[in-house]
Design a protein around this ligand. Structure first.
Ligand SMILES: [Zn+2]
Length: 228
């Protein structure tokens, strides 16, 4: 019955893979199986290297993992672009489910109580229409059966686009950018912060600092991709 309905839907509204532009099969959700399985996973050596570079000194993030390496894969860049700017938000759910399946062991070692997507400022959210990290968090939450609370933390400062700044500038830029909405939700909890691409790590580290200041036990981080 489900497939009959999806077949019918596909007939009228065919869906396409954002990477290869082939028509999606009805058991494929947002990205075709071929494309998603062809993306090379981030290896543990690279993940450890990035953890040391981005998070180790500040001690806000207790552990970090990522699914892919951004610059290695043009298909991934294409998928993430569609996801971020072309309202292909279902791609985020698929990427969240993939992350959960592939990084299940390490996340289970961290004993996570709550998953929180890194928030966008409401003006940025209005401009884009949605927060892409919420969809990744939902895919993770559904697969791992760990609750997610999107509204636990709020972005209170509109920070300009960070693409051209170096790490020191970026740290200054995000200082005080977040505020906790409800201490009770995070108190004593092990929290997993979720973002799409982690570049310098300054944003996610500042977010974690705020959660720890308000009583979170430990904060871990996961991203779909890491970038230099
Ligand atoms: Zn494809």
């Amino acid at each position: 019955m489900k497939y009959f309905f999806l077949d019918l839907l596909d007939f009228f509204l065919p869906r396409f893979c954002p990477s290869c532009n082939q028509k999606l099969l009805n058991n494929e959700n947002a990205v075709c199986k071929n494309c998603i399985s062809s993306i090379e996973l981030a290896d543990q050596t690279r993940i450890d290297f990035e953890y040391n570079k981005k998070f180790a000194a500040k001690k806000n993030i207790s552990g970090f993992t990522s699914l892919y390496v951004f610059e290695k894969d043009r298909e991934l860049q294409e998928i993430l672009h569609h996801f971020k700017y072309n309202k292909r938000f279902k791609v985020g759910i698929t990427l969240g489910i993939e992350s959960a399946k592939i990084r299940r062991q390490i996340i289970s070692d961290w004993k996570i109580d709550l998953i929180i997507p890194v928030p966008l400022h409401h003006l940025k959210k209005a401009e884009r229409g949605y927060n892409q990290s919420v969809y990744i968090a939902n895919g993770l939450s559904k697969t791992l059966k760990i609750p997610t609370k999107e509204r636990s933390i709020k972005r209170i400062r509109y920070t300009e686009s960070q693409t051209l700044k170096n790490i020191k500038d970026r740290e200054l830029n995000v200082g005080g950018a977040f505020s906790v909405r409800n201490k009770k939700w995070i108190k004593g909890k092990n929290i997993l912060l979720v973002d799409d691409v982690i570049t310098t790590g300054a944003t996610i580290s500042e977010c974690a600092r705020q959660l720890l200041n308000h009583g979170a036990e430990k904060v871990y981080a996961i991203s779909v991709a890491i970038a230099d």
